[in-house]
Design a protein around this ligand. Structure first.
Ligand code: AMP
Length: 329
């Protein structure tokens, strides 16, 4: 199942989506200029210390690469909707059959379909730190996600906007090769596989994503400007006003509902031409905003269970009621 992000067997490796983090700290922290934080708070541990993050940016901006670095370093789970859809397509599920043509053409799937497949994963992750990569992609999806999370009392705590120039991205795409089962990404110019055409960790063949050709990619970039970029405005408004979350107790009458906890969401823009440059800023950001985040222990068991979907499987195993991952439609 290749929506799962598995870390490479050797932590020292510097390749793929779970790439190493060798960059020097070249930049100061300009992202603080782009910060919006509502002033108040008497936040609870529930709302403040848990990383519930959207990794936002153009296609090819490095969302997958940077999410994988966070997942490799910290006890965070990630979910890429692009990987999830490619998995559905490969497995010929109902969603996969609907998605195939749309993904191939660089268009977007309907908001309600996307929310359904994402929500079914998120529902298992209330007290975990997580990252969404590639979702939401429209204001409609953003609203649906917010409503869903608010209902659970687990609103977003961080949105990171990756700001990478278009010409840099276009240069990356033509050289991009991927290993679908792990989501590892290689670039022939600056991050080539050890053996041409094969994944470093498994030796399996790499593929070129069919939607990474110049024509379709241009459409995906246009799609980003038309449908996805308005989300930034949506999140910058949300980041400026604290949300009150209901505190529910089992025997409470609806009129007695209390809304005592103010929750704020951070929105940060991180700029750079390479993922290494941005990584330095991103790592500093999550460390300072979420001091409770634990670094991942190198134990095999922990590494095995780092991905969001793995955690779902593990939890389902514990409860002896495995949700049908394949049919998350
Ligand atoms: P990605 O790997 O994130 O670039 O996603 C690959 C393709 O999957 C996109 O070009 C869309 O066709 C589809 N897709 C991924 N995420 C979404 C989403 N949130 N909403 C609609 N379509 C999506």
């Amino acid at each position: 199942m290749y929506a799962l992000r598995r870390p490479p067997a050797t932590p020292a490796t510097t390749r793929g989506r779970a790439i190493g983090y060798s960059a020097a700290a070249r930049r100061a922290l300009p992202f603080f200029l782009n910060t919006f934080r509502a002033s108040s708070t008497s936040e609870t541990e529930e709302t403040t210390n848990v990383l519930r993050m959207v990794m936002f940016g153009k296609p090819g901006a490095g969302k997958g690469t940077l999410s994988a670095r966070l997942v490799k370093k910290y006890e965070i789970l990630s979910l890429s909707t692009g990987d999830l859809l490619r998995q559905h397509i490969q497995e010929r599920t109902e969603v996969g059959r609907e998605a195939e043509e749309i993904v191939a053409q660089g268009k977007l799937l309907p908001d309600d379909v996307m929310l359904k497949i994402v929500a079914s994963k998120l529902d298992h992750l209330r007290n975990k730190h997580w990252i969404l990569d590639g979702f939401p992609r429209t204001v409609g999806q953003g609203e649906l996600l917010d409503a869903h999370l608010k209902k659970q009392g687990t609103p977003l705590s961080l949105v990171v906007n990756l700001d990478v120039p278009d010409d840099v991205i276009l240069g990356r795409i033509s050289d991009r090769w991927v290993h679908p089962p792990s989501g590892r990404v290689y670039n022939l110019s600056y991050n080539p596989p050890k053996v041409d055409g094969f994944d470093d960790e498994t030796g399996e063949p790499l593929i070129k994503r069919p939607d990474d050709n110049p024509e379709i990619f241009a459409r995906r970039l246009n799609q980003f400007y038309a449908s996805t970029s308005p989300l930034l405005e949506y999140y910058s408004k949300a980041a400026q006003k604290p949300t009150r979350l209901p505190r529910l107790t089992p025997h409470q009458h609806p009129h007695q509902l209390a809304f005592p906890f103010a929750h704020t969401m951070l929105l940060k823009t991180l700029s750079g031409k390479t993922s290494d440059e941005i990584w330095v800023q991103l790592d500093a950001l999550v460390r300072s905003a979420f001091p409770g985040l634990k670094e991942r222990s190198p134990s095999l068991e922990t590494r095995r269970r780092h991905s969001l979907s793995d955690a779902v499987v593990a939890q389902a195993g514990n409860l002896a009621q495995a949700p049908p991952l394949q049919g998350d439609s």
